[in-house]
Design a binder for this molecule. Structure first.
Ligand code: F6P
Length: 501
């Protein structure tokens, strides 16, 4: 059932005719709101008191989720049913964070390999080469948990722009660098091309491919054909979507950085959030509540974008990662039966770290004509840093600014004499806070966003696990590179290509 056909959708639209949600500056002073609009789970505190809705609408949204049978959809997914129908696949990444994984041969191979490499002091740098899900997740975790990383320095190469690879080559020695070629399909142009250049670069120093490169892929045959020996190929199941692949061997660079014990804490954090998602009642199920807010803002209040601002420099890559997660998953226009959606799905997801973002696009958030809901993320304590502990007191400025922005956006400040200085307020935000950045909390945070994406997809009744929309551009680029299908190109495209290549 599409969102538009959910009987509660109509009920809510009827109520909206008589309700005015331009009163956030009053709503947030209601003491009772704290009990209804704040949630706690482990060290996570969630504050949705600054969302433009009241208790009645919140209850309607919960009923909407019930009518959409969200809980049974979640159960169906985690039981291994092939819910990704367009690719005939199940959604298996939940299993990768469970303890049972540690008994599998795949896990043992991964651990053995990383231990062997780490014990070889000769490896000083590790480079992950991949793009999209084979890059953004591991890169984001690298930045988030860098203070826990030991061992070799880790770099990331994603773009086909040669500059990306050249910059990394300049920091690496071919004799002491391990390259992880992460590509689920082993067919992605960017990754294959970068791998080819790396192979040649190594050969110039007489380093053979299998001494310095490993492949992580679902397409073992393609990797073999490319030149990898069997023991240098690490498997990713077809049923692990690219957006979720950081939990698979694609996350090998995370394992290298964190080491086994911290990596297990990271998995446990994600699994803890998964259990909450699967078992908690809708009324207090944080990912489902967040998904309902996505729908509330996107479909009922017509807010077509959503901003993510982590007040933690370590989370600088989280907005880019969340952008792929949500927009590749839910940027769809048909439902699971192939019917055109009557109401739009994914909002535009964007963001940047605070406080930097305050000095760039917050002007738009405060005074632009459009209203953008925003997630404000903040670890309540700084990470422990023995060497610079005296500097960490500055963390309080992050806390102060995070809360100040949430208040300013909600309350505003009226100035009728000088409209340039008028702040309309009534701009919704959610504050997500946790004790401190560590493997467990970052695991929980990632799983939270993943499960929000999945839950919103269920409410829209779309398939959040395929990504056919990326294919057309790839195929036209392929045709152009092979001098094929020229007749279909526009005169402007032909002219541009003639002048540039
Ligand atoms: O083009 C989009 C995409 O297929 C993503 O879904 C995926 O994460 C990325 O490309 C990389 O794909 P692969 O791991 O197969 O190289």
């Amino acid at each position: 059932m599409q969102l538009a056909d959910n009987p509660i959708t109509k009920v809510i639209f009827e109520k909206l005719k008589f309700k005015d949600f331009n009163n956030l500056s009053n709503l947030i002073y209601d003491q009772e709101r704290i009990a209804e609009f704040q949630f706690k789970f482990h060290d996570f505190k969630i504050d949705i008191t600054r969302q433009t809705l009241d208790k009645e609408i919140k209850n309607d949204l919960i009923n909407l989720a019930k009518k959409a049978k969200i809980k049974s959809k979640i159960k169906k997914m985690v039981s291994g049913f092939k819910i990704n129908q367009s690719e005939n696949r199940s959604v298996d990444h939940f299993g990768l964070r469970k303890k049972e994984r540690f008994e599998t041969q795949e896990w043992k191979n991964l651990i053995n390999f990383t231990n062997v490499i780490l014990s070889k002091r000769s490896f000083k740098t590790i480079v992950n080469v991949g793009i999209g899900g084979s890059d953004l997740g591991p890169l984001m975790v690298n930045r988030a948990l860098e203070s826990f990383y030991k061992g070799p320095k880790i770099f990331y190469v994603s773009n086909i722009d040669p500059i990306n690879l050249i910059e990394v080559f300049e920091k690496c020695d071919p004799e002491t660098t391990l390259f992880i070629i992460a590509s689920k399909s082993f067919g992605t142009l960017e990754t294959r091309e970068n791998a080819r250049i790396i192979k040649n670069w190594l050969a110039e120093s007489n380093v053979s491919l299998n001494d310095a490169m490993v492949a992580v892929t679902s397409s073992k045959e393609k990797a073999k054909k490319w030149g990898f020996k069997k023991s240098n190929i690490f498997h990713v199941s077809e049923n692990i979507g690219g957006r979720y692949s950081l939990w698979s061997s694609v996350g090998m660079s995370i394992l290298f950085g964190l080491g086994e014990d911290n990596y297990k804490k990271f998995l446990h954090g994600a699994q803890t959030m998964d259990e909450h998602f699967v078992n908690e009642e809708i009324e207090s199920n944080i990912p489902i509540i967040f998904a309902l807010l996505r729908i509330w803002n996107r479909n009922f209040l017509n807010r077509n974008n959503h901003c993510i601002v982590p007040y933690s420099n370590s989370l600088s890559k989280l907005p880019a990662w969340a952008q792929q997660l949500e927009m590749e998953s839910n940027g769809k226009s048909v439902d699971i039966e192939g019917q055109t959606l009557k109401m739009p799905a994914s909002p535009l997801i964007w963001g940047e770290v605070g406080t930097n973002a305050q000095h760039s696009f917050f002007q738009f958030l405060h005074q632009g004509l459009e209203t953008t809901p925003i997630d404000i993320l903040i670890p309540r304590k700084p990470i422990k840093n023995k060497k610079f502990s005296h500097l960490m007191t500055n963390h309080k400025h992050l806390i102060v600014n995070a809360i100040a922005q949430a208040e300013a956006l909600a309350i505003g400040s009226v100035d009728f004499t000088n409209k340039n200085k008028n702040f309309p307020g009534n701009r919704p935000s959610t504050i997500i806070s946790w004790e401190e950045n560590n493997p467990f909390s970052i695991g929980m945070l990632i799983s939270l966003y993943e499960n929000v994406t999945i839950a919103s997809g269920f409410l829209w009744n779309i398939n959040s696990f395929d990504q056919w929309g990326v294919e057309l551009g790839k195929s036209i680029a392929n045709d152009i590179s092979n001098n094929d299908g020229d007749e279909k190109l526009s005169p402007s495209a032909k002219d541009f290509l003639k002048k540039c290549i």
